[in-house]
Design a protein around this ligand. Sequence first.
Ligand code: PXP
Length: 239
Amino acid sequence: MKRLGVNIDHVATVRNARGSSHPDPFTIAKHAMECGAHSITIHLREDRRHIRDSDVLKICKNKKIITNLEISLNEDILKIALKNKPNFICLVPENRKEVTTEGGLNLSKNLNKIRKIIDKFNKNKIRTSLFVDPNLNDIKIAKELNVDCVELHTGKISNLVKSKKNYIYEYNKIKKCCELAKKIGIEVHAGHGLDYKTTAILSKLKEIEEFNIGHFIIGESIVHGLKNTIRRFKKISNT
Ligand code: PXP
């Protein structure tokens, strides 16, 4: 069985658009868990464009919510993450001008920094993950960094599937990364840009143990509700 993580950053985007307190990410996090999500993903960005410190505090404090906190390598954000003790952390690259996380981490450039961060979270018994592009070299580096999981960036394959282009080359790249990760003992996750179609395609890869999906789930929920949307994703992905 695979697991489904629901990213609720865009609940906070809608709330922030009016500078009010509704919709409340904490309430939606609890609801998503009740609807069958296995975990909730939130990204505390340096510019706080969606999730805020107070959301992290409330969500991490509630033991019924399994929280996956996405963070950059920024020192201040790291301190907040260690203080709030989420169940999982996922290190992601961050660039102020980007609309969303555009690619995976540059592991070779940030090797020592990432190693120290992973050590800290390992000591705190927090599951660690690195958001990487699907390339074999990054999987090998991830192993050296003693990380528990890698999350493969699925933005490229998602765009190819959405624009009805040939995605086989990208799919095979992801497949090879999954096989290598599994062989060397790293758990594989997938996320970014996933909709029903790409999730169904990637679900064939038995090595993928977790999908983290945000924008499409929140968008679909406007028409079909969170419960139905989560249910449909779970069916498609055998989660
Ligand atoms: N996984 C990671 C590591 C991400 O950074 C994001 C986007 O914040 C997602 C998954 C979810 O992507 P999407 O909102 O496109 O489903």
